[in-house]
Design a protein. Sequence first.
Length: 168
Amino acid sequence: MKDIIFRAALIAFGIFLLVYLGLPNVDFPISLPGSLQSDEPADTETPLRRGYYTDMTRAEVMDWYRSQFKWGVVLNYPPENAQDVIRDQTKSTFLQEIVHPFRESIYINGFEPEDAQYEININGVHYRQKVIVRFVKSSMWIRLVVGAATLGLTYLLYMEFRKIYTHL
């Protein structure tokens, strides 16, 4: 009886997982409202990374991207990691990631200068911070292969544990 329940639960979970993994990627979020998109070479070298100058606070920026990304797990990283995740020589005061597990994610890096020498003034307009957004896509086929392998291995592990515990 337990075996039938486990198999039914695994099949139901497997169908849900494979449908979730098979959904198409979301698009790159639209720009922050009231922001100026950066045209610096570092911010335009890939279509998956964009920079914005804005007067929004960190909380407002994160709320905006949470609403654009619809849902997801929010992870917080030390600002020093921005040089590895966003781009070398990136200044940062915060670095957060919104993740759709086993799918795509978006990194949001913000730099709010505390020192007057780093103030952000573009065309005579002062901005509170510069936000750099990096979008990380994943291949649907790779997601499906990894998901199917996970389901298969879960079933095999269950069968092996069942053999062990029936002999005890």
